[in-house]
Design a protein around this ligand. Sequence first.
Ligand code: FAD
Length: 402
Amino acid sequence: MSDTSERDAGFDKVEVLVVGGGPAGLAAAEVLSAGGLSVVVVDAMPSVGRKFLMAGKSGLNLTKDEPEAAFLERFGDGSETFRSAVEAFGPVAVRDWAQELGEPVFTGSTGRVFPKSMKASPLLRRWLRRLGERGVELRTRWRWTGWDGAAFVFATPDGERRVEADVVVMALGGGSWARLGSDGVWAEVFAASGVACREFQASNAGLLVDWTAHMEGFLGAPVKGVALRAGDVVSRGEWIVTKRGIEGGGVYEVTRAVREGAALSVDLMPDLTVEQVAVKLARPRGKLSVSNYLRKSLKLVDLQRSLLMELGRPLPEGVALAALIKALPLPVTGTFPLDEAISTAGGVAWEALDGFMVRDRPGVFAAGEMLDWDAPTGGYLITGCLATGRGAGAQALAYLGR
Ligand SMILES: Cc1cc2nc3c(=O)[nH]c(=O)nc-3n(C[C@H](O)[C@H](O)[C@H](O)COP(=O)(O)OP(=O)(O)OC[C@H]3O[C@@H](n4cnc5c(N)ncnc54)[C@H](O)[C@@H]3O)c2cc1C
């Protein structure tokens, strides 16, 4: 790919402009360049795909190997446009795409799909090579600042530049991890131009809990073998206790339900019923301390017993204690700050779009996390970004009659 950030004219006319070089923008560029169009990708950062690379730091979870209906359900009641895009480019297509790019993938025990290398960098390198071979031009350090009529205005190292294009796909990301490029500033420009946007909300974020000093010995410790419940959502995933609250994959599964008002509780013995726990608690305590009794009768480990003491005191007895162990209220005071969230809900409202095209701006499409959809971690996010990027690209092609 050529980096042509040095150019002499203040105005360009290009065939296809893609603004934002994350997975959604690159997926759109892939479809549009495959359609024989000449594509320019611009990004505000010195290089593209920074959040994608960050996602690869802890193992790039590309998608989830599960039946289509179950997969789609994890996105909630999204728009029909979103649903169709994921139906067209779902888990099987994502796996095939990565393998076809030369990145073998494997499915972990929970169905999560990763590249064998676990990283994003080899995949991104191959992807950019493919785009470069198709003539896709990359302009970095080009920050989109707004519209001037039909022209897209950019702040660049060489001053202000204006670009007009036959079609444009915007894929500017959500509103978290601003240092990777996705600062969400675009939402102000959209809103000021009359494009309806929903406020960003932290999704897949840690939850704030006011722990007492009693929990200090457990900071950073993994909580395993319990379940978190928020409304109808139950998560068996692991999480950790931190100074500010709780975080980790298990917590992210319930963030949305908590954000929407559901009370959170912990089930310390998710494989037993209240009655089964009550039977185990029927043994006389004798001279044992409460903590030792719980350890011996229920095999609760230190951290589980501490959670019970922290959140459940004064402890009731008998069946009431069994019920508490099965549904220990965990009072949450909010989510971690927006910028720390793995992803954000909110963004361009579906009613502002016709398919992926911005209703008031014919020929301008939007894709990826900047759209108003939400999903838990587990590969759903990248799949959603790839699917909407490709969907927007396909609709842009159709708009041009290609
Ligand atoms: C720590 C972490 C781990 C993650 N792990 C996973 C995972 O394992 N699996 C998974 O599915 N998802 C994961 N995600 C989420 C996933 O990375 C994102 O959902 C995805 O990158 C969003 O893609 P996107 O293309 O919509 O936006 P982004 O990847 O955010 O790309 C947007 C691009 O737009 C550019 N941009 C923004 N504003 C402007 C502007 N004004 N002008 C020009 N360019 C601009 C940015 O520089 C950026 O390059 C993770 C996220 C984080 C933070």
